[in-house]
Design a protein around this ligand. Structure first.
Ligand code: KG4
Ligand code: ZN
Length: 324
């Protein structure tokens, strides 16, 4: 069964074709990052206009790369939240138009669930119950997945999301946007010795990164640091907290696997530390499937359709949708 996936929740316009929820036939992403970099972050109105320009060409490219054309598509899956309302609307309306014109089933995908399904696009076997750490620009969630369609939120950030913290730290250190890859690059030549705080929040599986960001800001103001060392120290503080709390949560929830997901999961130090410290098997998708793309939306959509989840053409967007 070939699913056309469409994703436009933030600043990436993406389309993909995935066979049977696991095999990528095409995965096309049009990034707006150079446009938003000028402003140091995503400008919502600019993003939705760019999606409008990019959506039809990116769908055409995905269908051409897959070699299926629209004739070879069996269903359409599209992100309907969380994200920027104006951006989500572009993908959702494109998906509705295709579903209507071709009489295809349509399924709406929660973007955060999509991130988790990156783990189905590898050769690894996923086993339940699995604890998912979703770390993206807007979320740091610990979600227990007991089966397809069964998600329970066990922890979340109380302030900044992990990706947001990386982006703000990069701005403080003058490393540009997007911050995550910039911090990771700078950290490679640094040493993580600087005294930065870790918010452990004992008794809870929640996270907090705003104190760490403020501490970095004060160190930066004092000016007595090398940028590479500050980047390495910041990255280490974020990764140490994410890894330690994820493992504790997985053990308490009696999970049999840990699944890493979301843009920050592309961070090589996070991947290395989690794999090194976890007593449970850890599944980590390749970096290109961690950041926003439409193959993950198509994969999630396939399993939803297997469960009979078909949406009607009056389906709406939900900018503040949660993982569970
Ligand atoms: O999942 P994603 O592509 O979009 C959202 O759904 O938000 O995540 C984007 C976030 C950004 O904050 C970006 O800085 C962060 O993921 N990110 C990284 C890395 N690559 C992307 N953070 C740390 N290290 C990376 N290599
Ligand atoms: Zn995302």
């Amino acid at each position: 069964m070939n699913i056309l996936g469409i994703e436009s929740s933030c600043d990436e316009t993406a389309a993909a074709v995935v066979a049977d929820g696991r095999r990528i036939l095409s995965n096309q992403v049009a990034s707006q990052v150079d446009i938003h970099a000028r402003y140091g972050g995503v400008v919502p109105e600019v993003a939705s206009r760019q999606h409008l320009l990019a959506i039809v060409p990116i769908i055409e490219r995905a269908l051409a790369e897959a070699g299926t054309g629209l004739e070879g598509i069996d269903a359409v899956a599209v992100t309907n939240g969380p994200g920027l309302a104006g951006s989500l609307l572009v993908g959702v309306n494109a998906a509705k138009a295709i579903a209507f014109a071709r009489h295809l089933p349509l399924t709406a995908v929660n973007h955060l669930h999509g991130h988790i399904y990156a783990n189905w696009l590898t050769r690894e076997e996923v086993r339940f119950p699995a604890l998912c750490l979703i770390v993206s620009g807007g979320h740091s969630d610990l979600v227990l997945m007991s089966g397809h369609g069964s998600f329970r939120l066990l922890g979340r950030t109380r302030d900044d999301a992990a990706g947001e913290a990386f982006d703000k730290a990069a701005r403080i250190l003058g490393l540009g946007y997007p911050g995550g890859p910039a911090i990771e690059r700078a950290a490679r030549s640094g040493c993580p010795f600087m005294p930065l705080p870790r918010a452990w929040l004992p008794g809870s599986h929640d996270f907090s990164f705003s104190g760490l960001k403020t501490a970095l800001f004060h160190l930066a103001q004092a000016g007595q640091y090398a940028t590479a060392d500050a980047a390495a120290s910041f990255q280490e503080a974020v990764c140490e907290v994410l890894v330690t709390k994820t493992i504790a949560c997985a053990q308490e929830a009696r999970a049999v696997q840990i699944l890493l997901a979301g843009g920050v999961a592309a961070n090589s130090r996070l991947r290395q530390l989690l794999r090194g410290k976890s007593p449970l098997p850890v599944l980590v998708p390749p970096p290109a499937l961690c950041t926003d793309n439409a193959a993950i939306i198509a994969a999630c959509g396939y399993f939803q359709l297997q469960m009979g989840r078909v949406d009607s053409l009056d389906m709406d967007v939900y900018p503040a949708l949660r993982a569970a």
